[in-house]
Design a protein around this ligand. Sequence first.
Ligand SMILES: Nc1ncnc2c1ncn2[C@@H]1O[C@H](COP(=O)(O)OP(=O)(O)OP(=O)(O)O)[C@@H](O)[C@H]1O
Ligand SMILES: [Mg+2]
Length: 250
Amino acid sequence: MTVLSMKGVVAGYGGGAVLQGVDLDCAERTVTCIVGPNGAGKSTVLRVISGLLRPSAGEISMDGEAIGGRAPDEVLRRGIAQVPQSHALFPAMSVHENILMGGYLIRKDRRLLRERLDMVRDRVPIVAERAGDSAGNLSGGQRRMVEIARCLMLDPRLILLDEPSLGLDPRSLAGVAALIQELNRAGTTVLLVEQNVRLGLGLATHGVVMEGGRVRLSDTAEKVRDHPEIASLYLGGTTAPSGSTRAPAG
Ligand SMILES: Nc1ncnc2c1ncn2[C@@H]1O[C@H](COP(=O)(O)OP(=O)(O)OP(=O)(O)O)[C@@H](O)[C@H]1O
Ligand SMILES: [Mg+2]
């Protein structure tokens, strides 16, 4: 079953279209990873889905219902949560307070709030372990885990992540990747953008390659990873036939 569907989506920032007719589908319980050079429009795809940017043409639907052009809070209520790029936590507030902010939309339902808190603590142990510490005192990797945990308070159907690995050391990276896979096992559909192509396609079920505001390739993560051009462009030519290596993009 398709959770999210984009058809012919055109969007930009005023000075012409950045997305030039994007088609993209996320099936239920899949992890889709978008890769591509800088400026390809990857983050713009996430912004247009979460309602931060209005499409000028095309259709976006969630569970078959049109959501294109809806306000961000409405998109959120429909079960799409975006984990913003780094520095999204309130550094002077405790980890617990930051997590509570994620439950703002359900704050009036004390029982649901309590249930969600328990679920989040259960899935992301650092939320309980560091509950009273200021978010500003966490390491980069710990912050990223709390950022993801915070958006779980709304129990999203679809979670959008823009470069979750950015700035993380290898150990934190492994922790964040494991958390994403664990969320997916628990039933959440994931759409992420990753510069770390090896990591992103490694944890994804599906891969999408963007270039110049269009989707160039869309297939299973394995096929995208093994595609000769992708291998030579992004993965150091490991699986490409000899003599076909090119300089990395971007
Ligand atoms: N707020 C903005 N205002 C104007 N132009 C923007 C804005 N954000 C992005 N752009 C432009 O839109 C194009 C696509 O940007 P986008 O951020 O979607 O690319 P990206 O694929 O995420 O790149 P990166 O890998 O560098 O994050 C770029 O040419 C960029 O300069
Ligand atoms: Mg980006």
